[in-house]
Design a protein around this ligand. Structure first.
Ligand code: XMP
Length: 486
């Protein structure tokens, strides 16, 4: 047994000391950073792989705005893979595999498919799998009642304006505008369907100039996997679907089975980036870096919904955990980034985490109240809220058991509830509108933070950063005080 003499510090224990700056405008700073060895982001923010935070809607919005989302793993492999595919089919201005329907299908089938896949149009094929037309929600809306089949209301091929696969976004935009169209099928020389261009996809690059894109111009997305043997199959299928990065989702990442899983993944799949964690120590980060991880996720118990430290007694205050993990990676000489996971409540926390050496932050609760987080808002005393739950909370653990057994809640077994030892809680958080608005505030805070630190980039800020420990009086002074908040 030993007791460390140095106190563990977290965000509220310190402030960053301002230093001389040549930055005249917050727009002069650069917020880009590394997510992993090979993936870069324009903003250093990741949405957490929690079932109340990141599914496909959140992942799309995060990537569109320059960050990335990690789709949680508490769903079937098929379901998780489909979500990854849906993110990947989104931005490249040509949708590679548009949803299709047979010309003999009923109009109701077409409506159902569009609703299920949340798309405004389908390509129509005949029994030889040849393109015979397209059908859009407008066709369905305006179709006279006597028509029953897709072929009755679709726009037939011979009347379609089409594009060739090498069309540029600008040429596609002109064509769409000239013919007042929403959709443009892409055909090769032999008339084979190669994709679909939608009006929305053509304007997206302008709307989201910071988007995180892969080499094909598709949005980037991550997915979480576990460390049991069956999870290699999950990894394989996710990689086939185009996932950009896998996140090993395990509470105590400094464990043999996590280290072995990193090695297995890196030796089995050539090009996949693997984020490993969570750890909170120098040796934990060192071992995962040595095992071949492409980034290390740091945080044992700092999260807003975590009770790991209360239940187990283990954890390291987050700022110290980040600094120690940075040391571990430096020692390994692997030059991979650290992700600070958990406990970010304000932009200032993020700035401190980055100044301490992390290259990105992972955020859970702060995003759980946004429109894109799974689940609907509830109204309480006239105010809107959404639910957030720790992935080791009682509700999440039981939810997983029920999904595994394919039972509904009414079949739950009291004994199962008694056997769960939760390390997280469930809570409500205020509804916060679109995640883009929350990101805007976070990134604005980072831009200001960079100017106080006198660094144009996150790296420069890290080099110049000086923390000062503060007293409870200093902490009180840091918050609004001696005024009545309106
Ligand atoms: P924030 O503070 O952003 O933290 O909500 C999100 C991170 O918390 C972790 N997490 C948990 N930790 N018990 C824990 O000890 C849990 O039930 C739990 N659920 C999530 C996770 O690292 C996440 O990214």
């Amino acid at each position: 047994m030993k007791i460390r003499k140095i106190k563990g510090l977290t965000f509220d224990d310190v402030l960053l000391v301002p230093s001389r700056s040549s930055i005249t405008s917050r727009n002069d700073v650069v917020t880009s950073t590394r997510l992993t060895r090979t993936i870069n982001l324009n903003i250093p923010i990741i949405s957490a792989n929690m079932d109340t935070v990141t599914e496909e809607a959140m992942a799309k919005a995060m990537a569109e705005n320059g960050g990335i989302g990690i789709i949680h793993r508490f769903m079937s492999i098929e379901h998780q893979t489909k979500q990854v595919r849906n993110v990947k089919r989104c931005q490249g201005f040509i949708v590679e595999n548009p949803y299709e329907i047979n010309q003999d299908a009923s109009i109701d089938d077409a409506k159902r498919l569009m609703k299920k896949e949340k798309v405004g149009g389908l390509v129509v094929k005949d029994n030889q799998n040849k393109l015979v037309g397209i059908i859009t929600s407008r066709d369905l809306l305006l179709a006279p009642g006597e028509f029953n089949e897709v072929k009755d209301v679709m726009t037939e091929s011979r009347n379609l304006v089409v594009a060739s696969p090498d069309i540029t976004p600008e040429a596609a935009r002109i064509l769409l505008y000239k013919h007042r169209l929403e959709k443009l099928p892409v055909l090769d020389e032999d008339g084979n369907l190669k994709g679909l261009i939608t009006a929305q996809d053509v304007v997206k690059p302008e709307m989201y100039p910071n988007a995180t894109l892969d080499e094909k111009g598709r949005l980037c997305v991550g997915a979480a996997i576990g460390v049991t043997s069956g999870e290699m199959e999950r990894a394989r299928i996710l990689i086939e679907a185009g996932v950009d990065v896998l996140v090993l989702d395990i509470a105590h990442g400094h464990a043999d089975h996590c280290i072995n899983m990193v090695k297995r993944l890196k030796s089995t799949f050539e090009n996949i980036q693997v984020i490993a964690g969570n750890v909170a120590t120098e040796s934990g980060a060192f071992d995962l870096a040595e095992a071949g991880a492409d980034a290390i996720k740091v945080g044992i118990g700092p999260g807003s919904i975590c009770t790991t430290r209360i239940v187990t007694g283990y954890g390291v205050p987050q700022l110290t955990a980040i600094m120690d993990s940075v040391k571990g990676v430096q020692e390994s000489k692997k030059n991979i980034p650290i992700i600070a996971d958990g406990g970010v409540r304000f932009s200032g926390d993020m700035v401190k985490a980055l100044a301490a050496g992390a290259e990105t932050v992972m955020v859970g609760s702060l995003f759980a109240g946004t429109e894109e987080a799974p689940g609907s808002a509830v109204i309480r005393d006239g105010q809107k809220f959404k639910v957030v739950r720790g992935m080791a909370s009682l509700g999440a653990a039981m939810g997983r058991k029920l999904t595994e057994r394919g039972e509904d809640e009414s079949a739950e077994d009291q004994e199962d509830w008694d056997k769960v030892i939760p390390e997280g809680v469930e809570a409500v958080v205020p509804y916060r509108g679109k995640v883009e608005e929350v990101l805007f505030q976070l990134v604005g805070g980072l831009r200001s933070g960079l100017s106080y630190g006198g660094g144009k980039t996150i790296r420069e800020m890290q080099e110049k950063a000086e923390f000062i420990e503060i007293t409870p009086a200093g902490y009180r002074e840091s918050r609004p005080h001696d005024v009545d908040r309106v």
